[in-house]
Design a protein around this ligand. Structure first.
Ligand SMILES: [Zn+2]
Length: 100
């Protein structure tokens, strides 16, 4: 039988992603502009690839400009495993220092 992954926050008050899982289980792959719609593509360890629509008014001018120009902005999918590890260590060490 497979292990069932239980979604849990990594720190108190952490807000889950739209799929119900938490960063860095959910991590950004890239941002895209498809037609006139801005999209963030995320990777979840449980759900796989998920997309959420972005409000361009909430994005930095720099990112909007890059998406308008290139249609895509973001990091290499191959780095996901490493980025998850780094993010997790950062979150855990932040929480350690908060407890001191
Ligand atoms: Zn998920």
């Amino acid at each position: 039988m497979e292990n069932i992954f239980i979604a849990k926050p990594y720190f108190t008050g952490q807000i889950p992603s739209q799929c119900g899982h938490y960063h860095p289980d959910v991590i950004r792959i890239r941002n895209e502009k498809i037609g006139e719609v801005y999209i963030r593509v995320l990777d979840c360890v449980v759900c796989g690839e998920i997309e959420e629509q972005l409000d361009p008014n909430m994005l930095s001018e720099e990112l909007v400009r890059e998406l308008d120009l290139n249609g895509v902005s973001g990091t290499d999918e191959n780095d996901l495993k490493e980025r998850r590890k780094i993010e997790l260590e950062r979150i855990l060490s932040d929480n350690d220092s908060r407890l001191d």
